[in-house]
Ligand binder design. Sequence first.
Ligand code: FMN
Length: 436
Amino acid sequence: MEEEARLLLGELGEPIDELKAAAVNVPSAGSGSLSGRRILLIIGGGIAAYKCLDLIRRLRERGARVRPVLTKAAEEFVTPLAVGALAGDKVFTELFSREDEHDVGHIRLSREADLIVVAPATADLMAKMANGLANDLASTVLLASDKPLLIAPAMNPKMWNHAATRRNRATLEKDGIRLVGPGTGEMAESGESGPGRMAEPLEIVAAVEELLDRNPKPLAGKTIVMTSGPTHEPIDPVRYIANRSSGKQGHAIAAALAQLGATVRLVSGPVTIPDPEGVSVVHVESAREMRDAVEQFLPADAAVMVAAVADWRTANESGEKLKKRPGEKAPALQMVENPDILAGVGHSKLRPSLVVGFAAETQDLLTNAREKLDKKGADWIVANDVSHATGVMGGDRNAVRIVTRSGVEEWPDMTKAEVAERLAAKISAALQTVEV
Ligand SMILES: Cc1cc2nc3c(=O)[nH]c(=O)nc-3n(C[C@H](O)[C@H](O)[C@H](O)COP(=O)(O)O)c2cc1C
């Protein structure tokens, strides 16, 4: 089985181990812009079918469930094995399959989806759809469905420009079917140039997100300044003082706020994770650089200061690498206090109407958090206990308490993405009211 897969996938230049790893690394639904959305992906028989492997991965990365249907011709270009491995779901190919009809059935297949995507949409599939033909599983599902439909045409420029395809395209558009692409470029098989290249997987994902986006954007028009990650305080050009913050929680919050429509300006300390989607990021190293960047982003509607900013930096940063010399004592590091970025924002003349700070504590969590409310001029302190070895710094889960002047909300242990979504919703609700 694996050998068969290796051979088949080898034709696509995708080693099986890589594909398996790709499939395993795809996070399950739960977070992401397409979280919980069910997509029926119909793959047509064109060269561009190979791009669907990446498309499936991209959709699943965003939390979507992808159920694939392959036409007979599609099986000539990608194998059900590869498609199923990436989708993590059963692949449907046959209309007249007793087993499949018993399990799911072509009618249910078409109904149990929030959106149907046809990619690549061949000239043939477009013709069938425009004329209501239903002579295989893909076309029957399409005719039996009342779900929104997105198609990504891909074909030779002559096929695309053919009068019949033009008529079919016009019919499909009149029927309310949404097209993404095709783009213009060189054809993989013939080297011909012109319109007919399938849209890239990320363009298709963007169209899917747009089509499924029934969420209102409650934070549209609001600007939120954020910090995330650690700071690095230099000792000399090669050494620095740092902390264990990974930036995962702050970055997840930035993404969740952007998802709700906010314009998020994120100032990130040195982290190894990618920039959150839809967020403009300024990368800094030290606390002083972070403060300067934050100040530039004021005024804003809210500030969410998640970064673990170093309290101190070295007073005597050396311009040259400190040398170890035989017989000499170890250098003494003198420390001075760093600017308090949260307090700076909380007491600023340009203070946002909602200021949220984070407090990572190892003892007296609530007492320290309550004290910080006033000292820092914050409205909420999100307090987390980082005393355990398996604590939140660097991990994927977090158990936080939201300390406000009116009390303490205790949130259960959850993933950082879940904390981010819940906090973003709370911020959104707070910004809708005048008093926060
Ligand atoms: C090598 C090769 C590449 C093809 N590429 C495309 C293509 O990109 N677009 C297309 O519409 N048809 C393409 N075809 C033709 C389709 O495979 C053919 O029309 C088939 O019947 C489509 O079936 P389906 O629509 O059920 O998937 C190609 C055929 C071959 C042999």
